[in-house]
Design a protein around this ligand. Structure first.
Ligand SMILES: CC(=O)SCCNC(=O)CCNC(=O)[C@H](O)C(C)(C)COP(=O)(O)OP(=O)(O)OC[C@H]1O[C@@H](n2cnc3c(N)ncnc32)[C@H](O)[C@@H]1OP(=O)(O)O
Ligand SMILES: O=C(O)CCC(=O)C(=O)O
Length: 413
């Protein structure tokens, strides 16, 4: 393992390797989100934002309190460079980063894009170095020193991205960190490019590298195993101070860690603050859903239509007595409200409450008769029961009862 350097490029003095992270000590700290919806998000198959859409998303991210965005890939050509330039010229209260391969050509395209910060990406696993570039570790370190050095001379703030870090030799990652720090980078990104980590291995990877360098660590997750958010939280516990995220998790293949999930989960469970305005999250998700042509799933955590909607009778009965029985996340904090719907899983308490909301009262027998109709309707139509339909069931219940009584009288006569 490499010894820690006496100071980093910003002149911070050496700190001893921590035996426990701040989170493990129960301290609240700030974690900075780097939103890459406009770069990795747009790499989702079939997604292509127009310049106007990119600008709108950048503005909405700034308004939500996101401190940094990775806004595009200058190497893609003139249109992308112009779009980056437009975003940079808005002077939004966030850092605009351009994503580049670790190459002089990509760097020059970033100069044309008018940004002040770049993420320079280098494959860090032997598999990728050899398999896609036909190169080795010495080439990677030499190229990194040269290109990061040039970027610093050009006045860029430089983050170094370790592509495929999750499959890389961790000793080599520490050497990359050291080379990046010496060349003047301010941050090292550990990318789980193929989404192969789980929270335990994500924690161990970040912890290992964070303990070997004074560079700030960013974690970039992919959701191939459905673990992107969990891995990001684990990475924060392991010492990552920056999280790479996208709105709704939009991104290459199965996507990335969702900004809204990471921001709220950090706040709810990991005692870290991101400065993101929770109320802005749903409008942001709706904006990205429209621009990407990918409608929001109703059950999408934090921002989906149904995440504060309750149907099950046992839950509704509990909620009516004490909200905290079935509500841990405050809908109000997110500018939302909770909702009860009637369906196949409703119970009597929900029926009585829904009728009371309509100014109607029933005894238990009538309530149960209405509940039977609610269940039959929900099963047949696969829809919740609206107040109008409920009122009809209520009115029918009198007619049905009268018919039943007459039938019973006739049969008894
Ligand atoms: C894990 C990630 O998300 S990485 C980011 C992925 N993002 C993108 O691919 C952005 C969209 N891409 C593009 O528009 C195009 O691929 C471009 C403009 C970047 C490159 O286009 P082309 O020049 O036509 O190259 P092409 O796409 O065929 O191949 C990619 C090239 O990048 C090279 N490359 C890949 N990673 C790196 C790296 N970190 N450093 C240097 N070169 C790299 C590949 O080896 C390949 O070059 P080769 O053909 O000489 O082997
Ligand atoms: O900046 C990097 O190297 C990360 C690139 C990326 O999107 C990934 O590896 O998944």
């Amino acid at each position: 393992m490499l010894a820690k350097s006496p100071s980093n490029s910003s002149g911070r003095s050496q700190r001893p390797a921590p035996s426990a992270t701040a989170l493990e000590l129960g301290m609240t700290r700030t974690v900075l989100l780097n939103d890459t919806t406009l770069r990795d998000g747009e790499q989702a198959p079939g997604v292509a934002f127009s310049r106007r859409e990119k600008i709108e998303i950048a503005e909405a991210l700034a308004a939500a309190g996101v401190p940094e965005i990775e806004a595009g890939t200058p190497a893609m050509g003139d249109e992308e460079v112009e779009t980056l330039r437009s975003i940079a010229s808005l002077n939004l209260p966030l850092r605009v980063v351009a994503w580049c391969r670790m190459s002089e050509d990509d760097l020059m395209a970033a100069v044309a894009a008018g940004v002040t910060a770049v993420n320079l990406s280098i494959p860090s696993s032997d598999r990728q170095l050899k398999g896609k570039l036909g190169r080795d570790r010495d080439w990677a370190l030499g190229t990194l020193r040269r290109v990061v050095g040039l970027a610093r001379q050009l006045g860029f703030s430089v983050a170094v991205g370790c592509e495929d870090a999750s499959r890389a030799d961790q000793e080599f990652l520490c050497r990359i960190a050291e080379a990046a720090r010496e060349a003047g980078a301010f941050r090292l990104r550990l990318a789980d490019t193929l989404g192969v980590l789980d929270p335990f291995s994500a924690y161990a990877l970040v912890r290992r590298v964070a303990n070997a360098t004074d560079l700030e660590i960013e974690f970039h997750a992919h959701d191939d195993l459905g673990l992107a958010t969990a891995n990001t939280l684990a990475a924060v516990s392991g010492g990552a101070r920056h999280c790479s995220v996208t709105v709704t998790g939009l991104g290459e293949r199965a996507g990335n860690a969702a900004l809204e999930e990471v921001a709220i989960a950090l706040r709810q469970t990991a005692r870290a603050e991101t400065g993101i305005d929770p109320v802005a999250l749903r409008p942001l998700a709706e904006l990205v859903a429209r621009a990407s042509g990918r409608p929001l799933a109703r059950s999408k955590a934090i921002v989906g239509d149904d995440v504060f909607t309750h149907e099950s009778g046992i839950h509704v009965s509990g909620l009516l007595k004490d909200r905290a029985t079935y509500e841990a996340l405050s809908p109000q904090m997110l500018g939302r409200d909770h909702r009860v719907v009637l369906g196949k899983h409703s119970g009597l308490a929900a029926i009585a409450k829904a009728l009371a909301d309509e100014g109607l009262a029933v005894d238990e027998a009538r309530g149960r008769a209405i509940l039977a109709r609610v269940r039959e309707f929900a099963t047949r139509t696969k829809q919740s029961v609206s107040p109008e339909v409920l009122r009809r069931f209520y009115e029918d219940s009198f007619t049905e009862e009268a018919l039943r009584r007459r039938h019973a009288a006739v049969m008894g006569a």
